[in-house]
Design a binder for this molecule. Structure first.
Ligand code: MV4
Length: 496
């Protein structure tokens, strides 16, 4: 493999190219008209414009991207995350064009893209799942039978959904019929597939995912877990590794289940198996993501592995160079996603110019970003502009280091999630590791960010001391005056 085309943009395109360069592999960037001055375009050995800013005219046009790979003599395509990364048809087209897709096979992507097919595959290996159905819901009668066993509330999920898309909660038997009808019609218009299934609703779960790596020779290992419960509208904001709530025994059990899920679809490449974990630490398989994930750096920092290099080696047909026993957790890592969003205004995306942009530095701090000072944040793409990751020898060191790095980060011109991160990392629930997917809705209000500037406190103390002194002084003067007049009065009376 001599040249890789990176079919993505921003921080992840740059992150992939860096690993390729370290391996002596040339890189090709493809970019939209909005992105011509981006760091990933300048970093690549070659760069080709593939169309206008909207993704459906550039980053999502498979044919154009494959044509550029052929023209530039690239022999592989890395899809990153988002865009075409979990598109089985794209993976097949890349392979059919005689190129290497740096990712799993098209058939693995297809199986895991169907949540029902994924559950059926996992079930064969005895992987625990939330009580419910593993086949497309056929009738209202079937639904009534299922909820007799599960009880309410339940979730209706679209088989073609995932990541929280196409989910409906049903609290009451009287709503069942109507909600199934709505879920099916929604799924049909959103995904072109009206298959839905039922799961018992787990109320306050933790979201914990296992990173796996499999090669094309049947070897598969787990790289431990990432705790991803701090999210809003299915958008993760803080991720960490390892989770502070798992025991070594549960970690090993979940890891083995994740490897079983991978084996169930003959998986190779990097993948992530998502679980829900309840208060009693029961875990349930949810779905598998067949791509490199945004939060992969926390796993890299605790394992010492470069996941992109591992993906490339697997795609070249190499065997994994380590076994499960070689892998150990070293310290702790926490990541904050820095998004161009206003936490004071419902996390609404904010666009504009990065007037000031100064990164934090120092031991244990990693910044994966895709913009430079002076650049505009375009409205066409994901609002995430950077990931700030801190490593520490333990959780508290990582936490303090991330807070320090947030304080060092200077971003002006656009609103970001930096102040949210600064607040969240100091919440008692976060410090104790005692939180679930309800963390933000439970604890966060815009008032949380009304900053207590230490200088304000100081000023108030000085002012209080001054006022006290003034009052004290005038009181003393008044007392003296009183004493004087009293003694005069006494004297006068005595004299009389
Ligand atoms: C659930 C659930 C509760 N019970 N399934 C959301 C993302 C998708 N991967 C599955 N999701 C959920 N599935 C059952 N049976 C709650 C969620 C869920 C969630 C899961 C992980 C992280 C954040 C979440 C936020 C809301 C709901």
């Amino acid at each position: 493999m001599n040249k890789i085309l990176v079919a993505n943009r921003g921080e992840i395109a740059l992150r992939i190219m860096r690993s390729a360069r370290e391996m002596g592999i040339k890189t090709v960037a493809v970019y939209s008209e909005a992105d011509r001055t981006m760091p990933f375009v300048l970093f690549a050995d070659e760069a080709v414009c593939i169309g206008p800013a909207p993704s459906n005219q550039s980053y999502l046009v498979a044919e154009k991207i494959i044509a550029v790979a052929k023209e530039t003599g690239a022999d592989a395509i890395h899809p990153g995350y988002g865009f075409l990364s979990e598109n089985a048809r794209f993976a097949a087209q890349v392979t059919a064009a005689g190129l290497t897709f740096i990712g799993p096979s098209a058939s693995s992507i297809e199986v895991m893209g169907s949540k029902l097919a994924a559950k059926q595959a996992a079930q064969k290996f005895g992987v625990p799942m939330v009580p419910g159905t593993e086949t497309p819901l056929k009738s209202l009668e079937e639904a009534r039978e299922v909820v007799k066993k599960t009880g309410f509330p339940i979730l209706i999920k679209a088989s073609a959904g995932g990541g929280g898309k196409g989910m409906r909660i049903v609290n009451d038997p009287s709503e069942l019929e109507e909600q199934i009808r709505l879920a099916k019609s929604e799924a049909l218009s959103a995904f072109g597939d009206d298959a839905v299934f039922i799961e018992k609703y787990v109320g306050s779960p933790k979201h914990i995912e296992i990173q796996i790596l499999g090669d094309q020779h049947g070897n598969c290992v787990y790289l431990f877990e990432r705790e991803c419960s701090i999210q809003r509208r299915h958008q993760k904001l803080i991720e960490e590794a390892p989770s502070s709530c798992l025991t070594p025994a549960i970690r090993a059990a979940m890891g083995q289940c994740a490897v079983d899920v991978a084996k169930a679809c003959n998986y190779y490449g990097a993948g992530t198996v998502e679980f829900l974990v309840d208060e009693s630490l029961n875990f349930y398989f949810l779905e598998m993501n067949t791509r490199l994930q945004v939060e992969h750096p926390v796993t890299e920092l605790i394992t010492g592995l470069d996941l992109v290099k591992e993906q490339i080696k697997i795609a070249r047909g190499e065997k994994l160079s380590f076994t499960q026993d070689d892998l150990k957790i070293n310290g702790h890592a926490i990541e904050l996603r820095i998004c161009a969003e206003d936490p004071l205004n419902n996390f609404l995306p904010d666009t504009g110019k990065l007037e000031t942009y100064i990164r934090p530095q120092g031991y244990g701090v990693r910044v994966d970003d895709g913009y430079e000072q002076g650049m505009d944040i375009p409205i066409f793409y994901d609002p995430m502009i950077a990931k700030l990751i801190a490593w520490g020898s333990n959780r508290e060191e990582a936490r303090h280091r991330l807070i320090r790095a947030i304080e060092e980060y200077a971003v002006k011109g656009i609103k970001t999630t930096l102040p949210f991160g600064h607040w969240a990392l100091q919440q008692p629930a976060f410090i104790e590791g005692n939180f679930d997917t309800n963390f933000i809705s439970k604890f966060f209000t815009p008032q949380s960010l009304q900053e207590n500037d230490p200088r304000e406190e100081q000023l108030a103390a000085i002012l209080a001391a001054y006022v006290w002194q003034q009052q004290h002084l005038s009181l003393q003067t008044a007392k003296k005056e009183e004493q004087k007049s009293e003694s005069n009065w006494k004297r006068r009376n005595l004299l009389r």
